[in-house]
Design a protein around this ligand. Structure first.
Ligand SMILES: [Zn+2]
Length: 301
């Protein structure tokens, strides 16, 4: 999992909170509940991951009915028609919607798996696509968070719909992509099994290790160990590249091409490894965390 870090995050959060209000069906709430939601609306829509549990508990404490919250915030066929998150996530709306949010976030690789691209294409006359928005706290159990900015995780359809599906997530059980990253908690490691590892994928294993239980839950619930086993071809190439691109050959390439083909050594290493290897850039290309960790182990970096 790669942390979502954006320079203009605060501006996007503020804009989202202002614009998304139009999707809430206040009429679905009783008067007392309506007053509660309206009074706390900014807090609800901008609530940070650390405070998600408090918002849930506070609504419970104030006896705000979950079914009516569902009608107000989620919408959908059984819950009050096209309003709430259901309408927000539809491309039929011409105002601010999930496509607008996805464009603003510009998160182009799934933060959960770092395997799949999640580009946003919004085009009136052609096919459109965008990342899914995973509700970190699921919207049926916690409808009050259905439109809250930090509860909407841009992610690939495999992670959201196939792998996470109905699994319950919370900030106490799982790392949250707006708070944390695998960089602080988990590492890919290479385990050499046979001397054929230079040319044979069966000669080694890749393991994704962590001592942090919340990172382990992410690994398990998104089947990351099993899925990354499918990327042994990339690791085999790195093993081979580490032999070819030794220190003296890298120095020679820098001498010959610095300032013409490469801006700096990081540029050259990106070309060699095919990954964005700086910690701040891991989100830019699929498999970058795998490539960075294994390249470090092979002393390519
Ligand atoms: Zn994914």
């Amino acid at each position: 999992m790669i942390k979502i870090s954006l320079d203009n995050l605060e501006a996007i959060v503020n804009f989202h909170a202002e614009e998304v209000e139009q999707y809430i069906n206040f009429d679905a709430l009783q008067q007392r509940e309506r007053i509660y939601v309206k009074t706390n609306l900014e807090k609800i829509l901008k609530v940070t991951p650390e405070e998600h549990d408090n918002i849930i508990q506070d609504a419970k404490h104030n006896n705000i009915d979950n079914n009516r919250l569902k009608k107000a915030f989620v919408g959908g066929k059984d819950n009050g028609g096209s309003i709430g998150y259901t309408k927000f996530s539809s491309k039929a709306t011409s105002t601010y919607n999930a496509y607008t949010l996805a464009e603003k976030l510009n998160v182009n690789v799934c933060p959960y798996c770092n395997r799949n691209y999640t580009f946003t294409i919004k085009n009136k006359n052609a096919k459109s696509t965008r990342p899914d928005f995973d509700h970190f706290y699921d919207k049926n159990t916690y409808p009050i968070l259905a439109l809250s900015f930090y509860n909407l995780i841009p992610s690939c359809i495999l992670c959201n719909s196939r792998l996470k599906s109905r699994t319950k997530f919370s900030t106490t059980t799982h790392l949250h992509p707006y708070q944390e990253s695998f960089n602080d908690f988990a590492k890919f490691k290479l385990k050499i099994e046979k001397c054929s590892f230079y040319y044979d994928e069966n000669g080694f294993e890749i393991t994704l290790k962590t001592k942090e239980p919340r990172a382990q839950k992410i690994i398990d619930d998104f089947a990351l160990q099993t899925l990354y086993d499918k990327h042994k071809d990339i690791v085999l190439e790195l093993i081979q590249k580490a032999q070819i691109y030794n220190e003296s050959y890298l120095d020679e390439l820098m001498q010959n091409y610095e300032g013409t083909l490469f801006k700096n050594r990081e540029d050259l290493l990106r070309l060699v490894t095919c990954g964005y290897v700086s910690d701040d850039d891991l989100h830019k290309r699929p498999l970058s965390k795998l490539i960075k960790d294994i390249s470090e182990e092979l002393e390519l970096l």
